[in-house]
Design a protein around this ligand. Structure first.
Ligand SMILES: Cc1cc2nc3c(=O)[nH]c(=O)nc-3n(C[C@H](O)[C@H](O)[C@H](O)COP(=O)(O)OP(=O)(O)OC[C@H]3O[C@@H](n4cnc5c(N)ncnc54)[C@H](O)[C@@H]3O)c2cc1C
Length: 482
């Protein structure tokens, strides 16, 4: 279905409705928001709209629908799949000015926030109220609640609290015809059939615009314990995780699997990092446990569990951070893997998932097969073991110019990795979504039942196809994938 450019009349009406702070068609103002975070896709838009409330959003969408003009919602623009990058002629709708925290209720244990609230601002507000919003990721100083909901973001605490979908209790949204969906409830139980809230979560802005949400909070963290362990091989990791859960319960929040090649890369490229253990090991894990204040003997429980793991041969050596600075230093080894990779050269990246119990086998076998198929290619596979989420990155052969290798092999590497993960019953997108960058591969792999259902939902809610076209739902009328 063809979409139109906004008419001069529509642009004039929008400028009047939103005022100078809420409307610009100036190329300089638009420029920073037209390229995706990774710098891989450059878009264009007719205007940047920055409403301050849901009624302004509803007018924008209703008027855009009347002219069949595309609307592209954007939060912090940190999408890893170019999900918020508009194609020509669209209205780029930024939610960043809708950034009020409407309230935090200790009794209900919820926060009610507008879509443009930045994640780290919510963390601070929850902390000030003696609570905690239990989802975090490296883009927390830019990513917004609306974007996090729309991508069903994951992050480092999914093992314990689930992804964004599990934390959304209620939603307020503007649907593609401009109607306002009043779903901002604090209900823990609500069984009125199809769940529009869950449909909008993870919809990547293709079914409407999230304007506010009520979100689940948790008890504040009193004590956080971070440990780094060395294991003989990755097969020891899952029995170790399950043993820790048996001993300590759901206080285990993070279990990151780090292969020795990733640690070596970080130690080589990142200043002020050091190996926490004296000897070398086949594989490492970063473990984080968090306890509410007043939990008796939390540290002793972790120490005893790791001691037992050593006696059972699951762990060869371990180091437990004894203060916050040491905890940060241990996390730096994990969080700097991507940066170390970047400093080492370009790589073909994948954010995939497989069943948790299959993760060590998949990492080993897919690494072997990809390295055999692409002579000299070097795989780094690391990730969140508890979620089966693997960052499977393939670097160019040592000593070979990275960019030409990337250009020549990117598509073929993608295909091979996606085929391997599909054969393993996994997903080609664990947490980043489909956006533009994975659209073609999603269309190739998803299968007719999934694609038909997706298209039917899209058609039912957005029959004009104006909401974030060219993302997530492969349609015949989409522009070709970049
Ligand atoms: C350094 C870094 C680390 C990251 N780590 C993780 C990680 O660990 N786990 C993870 O899951 N992701 C991660 N991401 C990806 C990214 O942070 C998430 O996808 C985030 O949810 C996007 O939020 P945003 O506000 O920037 O949204 P944007 O990038 O602006 O938009 C993302 C998508 O949501 C849509 N959208 C935005 N706001 C709305 C709204 N109000 N209503 C409807 N649709 C909307 C957009 O159209 C787009 O499709 C990381 C990104 C970076 C840059």
């Amino acid at each position: 279905m063809n979409l139109n450019e906004p008419s001069p009349d529509l642009l004039r009406k929008l400028a009047e409705r939103l005022g100078p702070k809420g409307f610009t068609a100036d190329a300089v103002d638009l420029d920073p928001w037209l390229t995706d975070w990774r710098g891989r896709v450059r878009g264009s838009a007719a205007a940047l709209l920055s409403p301050v409330n849901r009624d302004e959003v509803a007018d924008i969408v209703r008027w855009a629908a009347a002219e069949r003009v595309a609307v592209v919602p954007q939060g912090g623009n940190t999408s890893m799949v170019a999900g918020a990058t508009p194609a020509g002629g669209a209205l780029l709708l930024s939610l960043r000015r809708m950034n009020a925290i409407r309230g935090i209720s200790h009794q209900e244990n919820i926060a009610t926030v507008e879509a443009g609230v930045i994640l780290s601002d919510l963390h601070r507000a929850a902390e000030a109220a003696g609570r905690r919003f239990p989802l975090s990721l490296a883009a927390k100083d830019s990513a917004t609640i609306g974007g996090l909901i729309s991508t069903n973001a994951g992050g480092t605490q999914v093992l314990r609290f689930g992804p964004m979908r599990a934390l959304v209790l209620g939603l307020e949204a503007v649907l593609p015809d401009g109607q306002i969906f009043e779903g901002l409830s604090a209900l823990r139980k609500d069984n009125r059939g199809y769940d529009l809230r869950q449909l909008l979560a993870g919809a990547e802005g293709t079914l409407g615009i999230v304007t506010a949400a009520s979100l689940r909070l948790e008890a504040a963290v009193g004590e956080r314990i971070v440990a780094w362990v060395g294991m003989a091989d990755a097969d020891k990791a899952l029995p170790l995780l399950r043993m820790l859960e048996d001993r300590i319960g759901d206080a285990i929040e993070g279990f990151e699997l780090v292969p020795s090649v990733a640690l070596e890369l970080v130690l080589r490229h990142i200043e002020r990092t050091r190996d926490p253990l004296a000897g070398k090991h086949g594989c490492y894990a970063l473990i984080e446990a968090a306890f509410p204040s007043g939990t008796p003997a939390a540290r002793e429980a972790i120490e005893a569990a790791l001691m037992e793991a050593m006696e059972r041969g699951l762990v060869e050596d371990a180091s437990i951070a004894s203060n916050e600075a040491q905890a940060v230093a241990l996390w730096a080894l994990r969080e700097n893997i991507s940066e170390a990779e970047r400093l080492d050269g370009i790589s073909v990246k994948h954010d995939i998932s497989v069943p948790v119990s299959d993760m060590p086998r998949f990492m080993e076998s897919a690494t072997r097969q990809v390295e055999a198929a692409f002579a000299g290619a070097r795989v780094i596979a690391f990730g969140h073991l508890g979620d089966g989420n693997i960052h499977f990155n393939v670097r160019s052969p040592a000593g070979q110019a990275a960019q030409p290798w990337f250009d020549a092999n990117n598509a073929a590497v993608n295909r091979m990795v996606h085929d391997l993960v599909t054969a393993a019953g996994g997903s080609i997108s664990a947490e980043h979504g489909i956006g533009q960058l994975k659209l073609a591969e999603f269309a190739r792999i998803a299968g007719p039942a999934r694609l038909d259902a997706l298209r039917a939902i899209k058609q039912a809610l957005d029959p004009l196809g104006i909401m974030n076209p060219g993302k997530l739902v492969p349609l015949a009328s989409d522009p070709p994938a970049p």
